[in-house]
Design a protein around this ligand. Structure first.
Ligand code: ADE
Ligand code: ZN
Length: 325
């Protein structure tokens, strides 16, 4: 009954997707040629051969240099439209997509070109039957001052943003480092989410911080919260969403985290499935549903619950959610 076709057609939201993580080898090559950027490879096969990872660090080591091909407003537009087209084919009706402005402004690209290119694509996604919103992510291995400067330069474009997030290397970069910038973002009317995913003993402290000190609306990954029943209860009471990414997990931590995801689902947490960096991990969102169904033997009710959770944990208005639920 849970066929691949069903899982693709199932209406869903994608809430954990890095636009820069959707850069397929073909487009990377096209943009490299268009902008005259030397990327070190000259064929799609050569690029594909570099898309191999066994840790977050090895992934980020390919992910950031790839961005050199993104230069002009049109490049950001083309990248996002290519993703929205694939999302539509994966049953995605609504997406709240991350982007990493500091990975571009640190190379001399104007934040205006980044935000306006992505935002123009988000508007045009409506023509594909996909509504799209943007989440500005701060790079947590950059300073708090850099995050603050980034927020300040983005606030004139706040109408194009739904929230702020926090990504990149979590080690030694805890949520508390960004308490001030997240408080300011909230005052500006933006929603808050943070990646919480250190795959090691003690990372539960970061989850405690995002729930108790930062007061996030969602947690990206965060599946190791199952270690602490009190924190799970708090997250459920507040309706905090967990944007989990099974295939990404299987690359960066050699474990899909299926048991943790299924446990959160069974306890009533607002957990759903997402693709994270699909061009690099080889699976768009529907294939994440396929992978977890296969691994965990989910029932049709489980799958429908995951898809419903994706709408409930989204930042659509109550009226907009009613259209889908
Ligand atoms: N930036 C893009 N993808 C990421 C991931 N999976 N974890 C942390 N930062 C990221
Ligand atoms: Zn992510």
């Amino acid at each position: 009954e849970l066929t691949r076709d069903f899982l693709y057609a199932l209406p869903k939201c994608e809430l954990h997707l890095h636009l820069e993580g959707t850069l397929e080898p073909e487009l990377k090559l096209e943009l490299a040629v268009r902008n005259g950027v030397d990327i070190g490879q000259s064929t799609v096969d050569e690029i594909t051969a570099t898309y191999q990872f066994d840790s977050l660090a090895s992934f980020l080591g390919v992910y950031y240099p790839a961005m050199n091909v993104l230069v002009a407003e049109q490049d950001f537009y083309d990248l996002a439209m290519a993703y929205f087209t694939r999302a539509a084919a994966n049953g995605v009706r609504h997406v709240e997509a991350f982007f990493d402005p500091q990975a571009h402004t640190s190379r001399g690209v104007a934040i205006d070109d980044v935000i306006l290119g992505y935002s123009r694509a988000a508007r045009d996604a409506a023509g594909l039957g996909v509504s799209a919103a943007l989440i500005l992510c701060f790079l947590r291995d950059f300073s708090a001052e850099s995050a603050l400067a980034t927020l300040t330069s983005a606030l004139p474009f706040a109408e194009h943003l739904v929230g702020v997030g926090l990504d990149s290397d979590e080690r030694d970069n805890p949520p508390a480092k960004f308490a001030e910038v997240f408080a300011l973002a909230r005052e500006a009317g933006l929603k808050l989410t943070m990646h919480c995913d250190i795959d090691q003993v003690g990372s539960i402290e970061n989850i405690r911080q995002v729930l108790e000190d930062i007061g996030v609306d969602r947690i990206d990954h965060g599946t190791n919260i199952v270690e602490n029943p009190e924190l799970v209860a708090l997250a459920i009471e507040r309706g905090v969403g967990f944007t989990t990414c099974p295939v990404s997990n299987s690359f960066v931590s050699a474990d899909m985290k299926a048991d943790e995801i299924v446990s959160l689902l069974a306890q009533g947490a607002k957990v759903m499935l997402n693709s994270d960096d699909p061009a690099y991990f080889g699976a768009y969102v529907a294939d994440n549903y396929v992978a977890l169904v296969e691994k965990a033997g989910l029932s049709p009710d489980d799958v429908v619950r995951l898809a419903k959770n994706s709408f409930e944990a989204s930042w659509l208005s109550a009226d907009e959610k009613l259209r889908y639920l």
